[in-house]
Design a protein around this ligand. Sequence first.
Ligand code: ADP
Ligand code: MG
Length: 265
Amino acid sequence: MKAPVPEPRHRGHLRVEAVTVRFGGLKALDGIDIELEPGIATGVIGPNGSGKSTLLNVLSGVQPAECTAIRLDGQRIDGLTAAARARLGIARTFQALRLFDSLSVLDNVMMGTHRLHRHGALAACLHLPDTRREQRALRDEVVEMLAVFGTRLLPRLDHQVVSLSYANRRRVEIARALAARPSVLLLDEPCAGMNPAETEELAEQLPRLAAMAGCSTLLVEHKMHVISSVCRQVYVLDHGTLLMHGTPTEVQADERVVEAFLGVE
Ligand code: ADP
Ligand code: MG
């Protein structure tokens, strides 16, 4: 029997086996196993210092780690640099924003499309017709994606990022990650600093954005109601170890989780 052809719109099967990170005597992560399913959002919760950002740093390749293996759609990526992983479609946002303040909203988001360019920098400088066509197509795709944020960013495409509200700067960072048409989207507390209405709005938009990209999502988030509305499954970290994983409902009902985290939120 022939193997089934993989569904092309759903990529991002990420399998993490036994990841350990040591900072001196401290184990920020201690033998963690995590699996992201293609096209599905997975949450990570845990108290401050439990290793959530370290986990994203390991997956994106900026933090060295000991591990048995990290595989993206079957391919070993744990030996690859951050740049090589980005080229394979691992995109991320940071807990502290990292944007080009003096560039426009559109230019910041277009930065994310870099890995999709088929024509090199020289062709771009020469403004060759193929390059112009490619740029226009990518720009149209980016604008279509930005429309998911309603009128938050579309009327401000040529505004300098420095002039935007905090929430809009967060949206630009998420859009830039998605512009790379990622297989895996890693979000580190995207709602941090947003007010309740903005948080609600983003929680509603994230699934639509991820569906457009067809990627899997790993969402680190403190607000359990955001995790519940966005994620199909949740991993709970505590002092670098995995306390449990399950559906948002299972996790919220678990005594250990309530004691270690939710009860004292
Ligand atoms: P979280 O994102 O869950 O709040 P982090 O992953 O940022 O937690 O941190 C996990 C633990 O690792 C914390 O105790 C933190 O102080 C420590 N840590 C994180 N990064 C470093 C680093 N670069 N050097 C030393 N210790 C670090
Ligand atoms: Mg963190």
